[in-house]
Design a protein around this ligand. Structure first.
Ligand SMILES: C[S@@+](CC[C@H](N)C(=O)[O-])C[C@H]1O[C@@H](n2cnc3c(N)ncnc32)[C@H](O)[C@@H]1O
Length: 271
């Protein structure tokens, strides 16, 4: 087999494993180590420079089947990450703690998240897609003292997330809510907003946020393009009348990159 065939075979194997592990999730810790190993392997696969070269070659072929496999892989791997967070939360509730490469990757990212727009103790941080193991809210609240609100669409993620916070950060100023941004009072007060990379509708929500937020808000959009789009929803064009991309933080060794947005200044008439 040549390099391209090997790459495509690897994608189809990953998809098969992700399908199996999502289908066998039964809200108990059954396949934790299998899923953890697979996600760690996949994280290395998508940050591997050699695979990027193969990816570039495949893109030149404009292969429709490949696009379909990529869509499936992205959706399934996002689901697997959400499940892994649930397993990790359940393990913590059972008194076991350990940390995988994927989680280390996220944690190292938090330090660099807002580039030159640092979070201070007075900041109000909103996380869209907080997950069952809300380490972004916990680390931000712990390191900065800021108030943090996480939202999620998944009841089980909110329920487990609240229990994790009770264990790891009961003293911290963190709230989790199952509310969309338009029904959340905190949205208008937020100084910093972070989108989890695996939130499919993140650019639709970003567009919506223009009306709902204050003028000084800064948004960190986690995303993954090219090879990283196998594991993340990719970047999109935004309405330039609404949002101005002020920084693009590329992180070659990490699973996702970050775009920073500020609101476009309102037009001031001099008439
Ligand atoms: C992998 S997890 C959380 C990421 C990780 N805990 C972190 O701190 O970056 C992504 C979460 O996003 C949630 N999610 C997906 N779409 C969403 C949406 N439209 N609004 C809020 N949460 C969403 C999922 O239910 C999932 O729990």
């Amino acid at each position: 087999m040549n390099e391209l065939e090997n790459f495509l075979k690897a994608l189809s194997n990953y998809l098969e494993r992700f399908n199996y592990l999502t289908a066998s999730f039964n809200h108990r810790i059954n396949h934790y180590s299998e899923l953890e190993t697979l996600i760690n392997k996949y994280s290395h696969f998508i940050t591997n420079v050699e695979n990027q070269e193969v990816w570039n070659q495949l893109q030149k072929q404009k292969n429709c089947d490949l696009n379909q496999v990529v869509d499936h892989l992205r959706n399934k791997s996002a689901l697997c990450v959400a499940i892994m967070e649930k397993y990790r939360a359940m393990k913590l509730l059972n008194g076991e703690t350990e940390i995988t490469d994927y989680f280390k990757n996220i944690e190292s990212c938090i330090e660099k998240e807002f580039g030159s727009f640092q979070i201070t103790p007075d900041s109000k941080v909103l996380l869209v897609g907080s997950g069952a193991f809300p380490m972004t809210p916990i680390l931000i609240a712990k390191r900065t003292g800021a108030e943090v609100v996480g939202i999620d669409i998944d009841d089980e993620a909110i329920e487990l997330g609240l229990k994790v916070i009770e264990i790891l950060g009961a003293e911290l100023n963190i709230r989790l809510e199952k509310k969309p941004v338009e029904y959340l009072g905190f949205t208008k007060d937020a100084t910093h907003i972070i989108f989890s990379s695996t939130v499919k509708d993140k650019y639709i929500i970003l567009d919506q946020l223009h009306e709902l937020t204050n003028e000084d808000v800064v948004v960190a959009m986690r995303y993954g393009d090219q090879l990283k789009s196998l594991f993340n929803y990719p970047s999109r064009e935004v309405d330039e009348q609404k949002w101005n991309k002020v920084e693009n933080v590329l992180r070659p060794d990490d699973v996702f990159d970050i775009e920073l947005y500020k609101k476009m200044p309102k037009f001031i008439s001099h008439v």
